[in-house]
Structures are given as C-alpha cells and as structure tokens.
Design a protein around this ligand. Structure first.
Ligand SMILES: [Cu+2]
Length: 72
C-alpha cells in the first residue's frame, strides 16, 4: 500500500471533483481517492506504481492539468 499526491489545476465545482475522482479510479490498483476542491489536490492510495504519470495522463484527458506533489 502506498500513496501519491497530486496538485490538480482547473477544478471549480463538485462535478469537476467527480470527473477527477473517476479518472483516478480508472487506474489499476487504486483503492481510495480523496479530492480537495479548494486546495486543488488529490490524495490517492492503493497498490500503486511509484510513477504518477498514468494519473497525470488520465487527468489531462479529462481537461485537468496535474502534477505530482511531494510533502517532504
Ligand atoms: Cu466543475
């Protein structure tokens, strides 16, 4: 079990949140996703590859710019 945090740009309402959630859940291994609309963030948990690229690509297809956020 590991986690990935993303900054997601362009979310403006609950329907954006749903789009982002669904795009993230379409990736294999995801068990949980929490989207923070006001903070513009997505927290993802599951049996994930270390690579955030599949998530970034899936969100791009939905029209949201995303990049990995590291809380160090
Ligand atoms: Cu929206």
């Amino acid at each position: 079990m590991n986690s990935i945090d993303l900054n997601v740009k362009g979310m403006s309402c609950q329907s954006c949140v749903k789009h982002v959630e669904n795009a993230i859940k379409s990736i294999t291994g995801v068990t949980m996703v929490v989207v923070d609309l006001t903070g513009g963030r997505a927290h993802i948990e599951g049996e994930l590859e270390e690579d955030a690229q599949p998530f970034i690509k899936a969100l791009e297809l939905e029209g949201y710019e995303a990049f990995e956020y590291r809380d160090t």
